[in-house]
Design a protein. Structure first.
Length: 104
């Protein structure tokens, strides 16, 4: 399975109300140093593949998107799913997803 396919499969598997980090998805897809690749794949493919892109956050639960560049939408979508925030970041202890690696 290609890195891109594995990323798409991993992101699609994140359940509602949970989040994963870019680095976590990269590692699950077979490239622990591929977090920036995950960003690129989500940016180019999430709408086409109807992925829950909003469930992927930066390390420590930070929202990586800037003001006016999707940040507000991501926070709103996570809020609808009941994802808890603490001091402006996602509470990873409560909402972090511990998914398995995509199948071969």
């Amino acid at each position: 399975m290609s890195f891109s396919s594995a990323v798409l499969e991993a992101v699609a598997a994140i359940p509602s109300g949970r989040v994963a980090t870019y680095g976590q998805i990269a590692a699950m897809a077979g490239n622990p140093r591929g977090a920036r690749g995950v960003v690129w794949i989500l940016r180019s493919s999430s709408r086409r593949h109807n992925l829950p892109w909003h469930r992927v956050v930066a390390a420590g639960g930070r929202i990586a998107l800037g003001e006016g560049r999707g940040r507000e939408e991501q926070i709103a979508l996570l809020g609808v799913e009941g994802v808890p925030f603490r001091q402006g970041t996602v509470d990873m202890e409560r909402a972090g997803w511990k998914g398995a690696a995509p199948s071969e």
